[in-house]
Ligand binder design. Structure first.
Ligand code: HEC
Length: 227
């Protein structure tokens, strides 16, 4: 082992010495200075390059799109693209995603569950996973449910849905979803409306995917073990 290391280091020293023997001192300093300036220039460009701003334009007659980065704060552009300076917009009230009719019952508005009239709460509690999701392509739906869970829910509810996520050490207080006693409809409503601390996920999780997440949670709870 040590022999190998010695051989390598000796080899390096040999190369350095032969390099110095071939180069005279001023020559080497000039090359070193040029390399230093180049590296410094590259670092300076990379650290000050602000991709959100345009370079000086050469062909100024060209129109350009005003697309912005989602969630970027462009309040510097005075009302662009919206008065609040944010790019990401909520979907308009009552939006039904293409092909999602029938998966989005009317009563799932963004009011808190507790604020809904009793009959509506009962109606929501009575809703179960649609048969389209539960009985067709079960494995694919379950896999998609886990994928969506990991992307959208696990940061707070933990990757095993047991509430063991780092954010909960800082007061987020996301509960275990393995032990939740909420009905399918009520979980769906929680995804749409959010909770006291949980934000609404209506804009992030499509209606069919909401049911797939519930399918996944139910499978974690052992509901489909016999299948
Ligand atoms: C930003 C953190 C956060 C994310 C992301 C999040 N939740 Fe929550 N969730 C919470 C918190 C905090 C609570 C408990 C307090 C409350 O209701 O707001 C909660 C509560 C819940 C409850 C109620 C459980 C019970 O038994 O009362 C359900 C169901 C739920 N979340 C489902 C989900 C699903 C499904 C997702 C992913 C689509 C998700 N959550 C994403 C923070 C989050």
């Amino acid at each position: 082992m040590i022999d190998k290391l010695r051989k390598i280091t000796d080899d390096i020293y040999d190369r350095i010495e032969s390099f110095h023997a071939r180069m005279d001192r001023r020559h080497a300093m000039a090359i070193g200075a040029a390399a230093g300036v180049t590296i410094a220039a590259i670092i300076a460009v990379l650290t000050t390059w602000d991709t959100r701003h345009r370079r000086p334009e050469i062909f100024t007659e060209m129109a350009y799109s005003v697309a912005g980065e989602s969630q970027a704060d462009r309040s510097d552009l005075e009302g662009f693209p919206f008065a609040d300076g944010r790019v990401q917009r909520p979907t308009p009230e009552g939006t039904v995603y293409l092909g999602q009719l029938g998966l989005t019952p009317w009563m799932f508005d963004r009011k808190k569950f507790e604020d809904l009239p009793k009959e509506q709460q009962d109606a929501i509690n009575a809703i179960g996973i649609p048969s389209k999701i539960e009985q067709q392509d079960f494995d694919a739906n379950l896999a998609r449910g886990e994928q969506v869970y990991r992307m959208s829910c696990s940061p707070c509810h933990g990757r095993n849905a047991d509430g063991q996520a780092p954010v909960n050490n800082y007061g987020m207080g996301a509960v275990s979803l393995r032990t939740t006693t909420k009905s399918d409809g009520a979980i769906y409503h929680q995804i749409v409306a959010g909770g006291s601390l949980m934000p609404s996920h209506a804009d992030r999780v499509r209606p069919d995917d909401r049911w797939r997440v519930i399918l996944y949670l139910r499978s974690l709870q052992g509901k489909y073990d016999e299948k």
